[in-house]
Write a protein that binds this ligand. Structure first.
Ligand SMILES: [Zn+2]
Length: 689
């Protein structure tokens, strides 16, 4: 497949102008028009009053060319509403409360600054960011890294201490789930990969101790020229196993400030959220080493990479899908109840990736044989973010800059692929569904952080070690394609991210927001394999398409959400997601929609597979918003929606959805939350910690 290096042709001038108008109209008084400046300077006076209270007094209608925050006197500081300010910068907020309030002010105002768009063909060259140059291609015609352990010029490969194979329930040599005719469809790849868990004599995959040793070894031997590698301690599993990552960069240093200063986009790669899906983890060990000192190293001229090979060490040790307490952590990315999901959220918040790629494996035989008398055919199943309010431009970037090239990369290696799909665990339910629309998976939640977020699934669950080299080869090929796409498109991707963050922020208080969306049922043909002959068999299936989401419920988009002082758990989780939350310093009043509950029962959280593992019963409420003035006490919270992550706050805080903080009991009662319908005039504390 031809890899495009041209400017983003989907940014047609017409589309972009409409988008710019939509974004700025939201802020302009209706009677006012005209061209708005691209960059504005705001006059921000900081208070020197006691406590650390700072008034952020936003006069309604202060949307003219020079919106102004009036506070008490001196000193006067000038803050430019740059794209950086438009995107919440949690790091800065956490580390420097003083600057955080300034950033906040800029953030609040920048919602009404004009929204610069990415360039598109037709923009004068001088004003247009240069299209990325072709990357050095170390091996034409292949994206497959050489096998590890092959020393090349200037590369010192230190062999890992060999450790005895550890017994693991995960991969006791199970009987082959199908016969030789099916197996023959999946020949070994031309490349042989070497990790501790892929050694021929092994019966178990890489242990967590071996994984840590591998990352340390790569970090220790990596530095060559400008490349730096650092092992990251991201958290601990419920059984105390370390969750580790490897940062690879050519910034001056490996701390976050150096990465920010260096300006390269960052990618986060995640493996093995589900413990019984080992190929992603083994592949990411390969990727880590190739980035540090192998064929992928040139990509670090353009991007930083954080590799997190194993997000669920306890599940991996036991060969189970869930975490130790039985939770499906890939439905926990909004709630963040598990330390494993928290560790990933922290990493994404801190490193602000432009791409998050999540490596999984799918069931090959099991319920497909049961329901369709067929076996899964495709090497890879792929899907990007499909959830309500995901910006259209990010969907297009996902499709055109990532999905299409990835299909080509897989095809060039003789690997087949389809959209990701699954089927319910209920034997009588023969529907096939793409990955769902709920904002609870890593794929969807990380997308709502204004990143491209990709799911890559290989043909693996239930196969033990069968075809493992091909499964790893598929992962390595897909991941390499995504890394290459990011390196090639980094400039454009950052422009898109900046645009969508501002666009989202500018919509606060205006229009509608989708509260719940659903996939669209349709029919299509799907190819599986005959279990006896291994031949292709085309089935006509009922197919729920997440590429076409239907709005089930929408509401007027509020200016923000109010939360009671008791909602501290919800506040902590929102902050872990990177959402900006303000603590109200002095009592005040708000015009709000409160939730009037008209019906309630309890139910179970469900996804397209069935009941979500480990999800306690949830509250299913029906509510009607009721407009009124409410008094709010000091110590309560305000979540402004004129921030780039507003749609994530909507997903968490509209109470009548199965993913919400109220339904999942992170917010005690409906009286603890309200939709703020007019820009508030409140005094906020200086820090949002
Ligand atoms: Zn999975």
């Amino acid at each position: 497949m031809e890899r495009g290096l041209q400017a983003p042709d989907w940014f047609s001038p017409v589309t972009a102008q409409v988008a710019v108008r939509a974004a700025t109209d939201a802020c302009l008084p209706r009677r006012q028009g005209g061209v708005r400046p691209l960059r504005r300077t705001f006059d921000v006076a900081a208070t020197d009053t006691p406590a650390k209270a700072r008034a952020v007094n936003i006069a309604p209608g202060s949307t003219g060319s020079q919106a102004r925050h009036t506070m008490t006197q001196r000193p006067t500081l000038f803050v430019s509403a740059t794209s950086r300010a438009a995107q919440p910068t949690p790091l800065m907020a956490r580390r420097t409360p003083w600057r955080s309030s300034l950033a906040l002010v800029a953030l609040l105002l920048s919602a009404c600054a004009s929204t610069p768009l990415p360039p598109w063909p037709g923009t004068p060259p001088a004003a247009q960011a240069r299209a990325p140059e072709a990357l050095p291609r170390v091996q034409r015609g292949t994206v497959v890294p050489a096998p590890l352990g092959q020393a090349r010029d200037g590369v010192v490969v230190t062999p890992l201490p060999s450790s005895p194979p550890a017994p693991a329930a995960a991969d006791t040599a199970a009987a082959a789930p199908y016969g030789p005719a099916v197996a023959a469809r999946f020949a070994a790849p031309p490349t042989s990969y070497h990790t501790p868990g892929l050694a021929a004599e092994r019966s178990s995959f890489t242990t967590n101790a071996e994984l840590g040793a591998w990352l340390r070894d790569v970090a220790g031997t990596a530095p060559r020229g400008a490349t730096l590698a650092r092992v990251l301690s991201l958290g601990a599993s419920q059984h105390g196993e370390p969750i580790e990552g490897l940062l690879l960069t050519r910034a001056k240093d490996t701390d976050i400030a150096s990465l920010e200063a260096n300006g390269r986009s960052t990618v986060v790669l995640i493996g093995q959220q589900h413990g019984d899906e080992p190929a992603g983890s083994e592949a990411l060990l390969v990727i880590a080493r190739e980035l540090a000192q192998g064929l992928l190293e040139p990509l670090l001229d353009r991007i930083n990479v954080v590799v997190i090979p194993r997000a669920n060490p306890d599940g991996a040790a036991r060969g189970t899908r869930t975490t130790a307490n039985g939770v499906d952590m890939n439905r926990d990315h909004l709630l963040l109840n598990t330390p494993e999901a928290q560790a990933l959220a922290r990493a994404v918040r801190d490193y602000r990736p432009i791409l998050v790629l999540d490596a999984h494996e799918f069931t090959v035989v099991g319920r497909y044989l049961q329901k369709f008398n067929a076996i899964q055919r495709y090497d890879a199943l792929l899907q990007y973010t499909t959830t309500a309010n995901y910006p259209e431009f990010l969907t297009k970037a996902s499709e055109e800059w990532y999905h299409q090239p990835m299909l080509g990369a897989l095809q060039s290696q003789g690997l087949s692929s389809e959209w990701y799909y699954t089927t319910s665990t209920r034997p009588d339910d023969r529907r096939i569904s793409m990955g769902g629309a709920q904002p609870d998976t890593g794929r969807n939640v990380n997308g709502l952080k204004n990143a491209v977020s990709l799911l890559v699934e290989t043909r693996g669950v239930g196969l033990g070690r069968m075809h493992i080299q091909r499964r790893v080869h598929t992962q390595v090929t897909a991941i390499t394609s995504a890394l290459r796409s990011t390196a090639e498109r980094a400039t454009h991707l950052e422009q898109v991210r900046s645009f969508v963050a501002r666009d989202i922020a500018s919509k606060a208080c205006n229009g509608q927001v989708v509260v719940e969306a659903q996939a669209t049922p349709m029919q299509r043909e799907l190819t599986m394999l005959d279990p006896e002959t291994g031949a292709d068999r085309t089935l006509k299936v009922d197919w729920n398409s997440s590429l076409a989401l239907r709005t089930v419920k929408s509401r007027a988009r509020p200016c923000g959400y109010w939360l009671a002082p008791s909602a501290t758990t919800a506040v902590e989780r929102l902050q872990l997601l990177g959402v900006q939350v303000l603590r109200i310093a002095e009592p005040g009043a708000l015009l709000a929609d409160t939730y009037n509950e008209t019906a309630r029962d309890t139910t179970e959280r469900a996804d397209v597979r069935g009941t979500v593992a480990g999800g306690a019963s949830i509250i299913r409420s029906q509510v009607t918003p009721v407009r009124r003035a409410i008094d709010v006490p000091a110590g309560s919270f305000y979540v402004p929606l004129n921030q780039g992550l507003a749609n994530l706050a909507v997903a968490a805080l509209e109470p009548d959805t199965q993913s919400s903080y109220f339904a999942n009991r992170l917010i005690d009662d409906l009286a603890s939350t309200a939709r703020v319908m007019k820009v508030p005039s409140l005094v906020f504390e200086d820090t949002d910690e």
